[in-house]
Design a protein around this ligand. Structure first.
Ligand code: ADP
Ligand code: MG
Length: 212
């Protein structure tokens, strides 16, 4: 009975952590079709899924073309992290910047960074879709620097590191940021077809077969 009570409490805590993580949708690694993505090393994913990287304040960087499953994987890893007992906060790069910009505007930048640091894992989705001006790049740099060796980040980007200078309109800031991010990190470079495109192709093929 005690065991059941402990299990109930753990699952309640996990449910709460999933809610506070603000995932855009809850997606799981169990629902991820690995067959579709041979470029993703299963042993690496299985290791990350244990959540131990969060205990060591390590990062996970997912790089690849749109539709490859980066957001799904980032959410799935986030869910695993909540199950491992850690708090998570998910947002897009654009929203992280907006949040920090507001905090700075009202003079509570440090307090905000401190608050964010309380989450053991922060997920920063979609770096590279929106170009950032130098000011935004500096905010973003502060976010990364404030977590360096203290908390984990999962970052997804459609751009290889070599092009981050373009998106942050500053090569030096981009290089300094990448340096901190990858110092203790698993960098997963994903290649292959967009899952969305494949699904569409399969639907079209089925539709055609149905009409024949
Ligand atoms: P990205 O962030 O890389 O652009 P997403 O993670 O948003 O792509 O994936 C696009 C859609 O396809 C989502 O609905 C996602 O759940 C699904 N998807 C992508 N890859 C896979 C996969 N290997 N197995 C199952 N669903 C996938
Ligand atoms: Mg995405």
């Amino acid at each position: 009975m005690l065991q059941r009570q402990v299990a109930d409490r753990e699952s309640k805590d996990t449910t709460m952590r999933i809610r506070t993580a603000r995932f855009p949708q809850v997606k799981t690694l169990e629902d991820f079709d690995l067959e579709h993505l041979p470029s993703l090393r299963r042993d690496v994913l299985a290791h990350l899924a244990t959540g131990t990287f969060v205990g060591k304040a390590e990062n996970v960087i997912l790089l690849g073309p749109p539709g490859i499953g980066m957001t799904h994987l980032a959410i799935g890893l986030g869910v695993k992290t909540t199950q491992a007992g850690y708090s998570v906060l998910f947002d897009t790069a654009r929203n992280w910047i907006a949040r920090l910009g507001e905090a700075r505007h009202s003079g509570r930048m440090e307090a905000e960074l401190e608050k964010i640091r309380r989450y053991k894992l922060s997920t920063i989705d979609e770096v590279g879709y929106n170009p950032f001006d130098q000011d935004a790049a500096n905010l973003y740099f502060q976010l990364i620097a404030s977590r360096y060796e203290q908390g984990s980040a999962t970052v997804t980007s459609n751009l290889p590191f070599g092009r981050w200078g373009e998106t942050f309109s500053d090569d030096v800031v981009a290089a300094a940021m990448i340096d901190r991010l990858v110092h203790h990190a698993a960098v997963l470079t994903l290649t292959g077809d967009s899952y969305r495109t494949r699904q569409r192709r399969e639907l079209l093929a089925k539709d055609r077969a149905g009409r024949d």
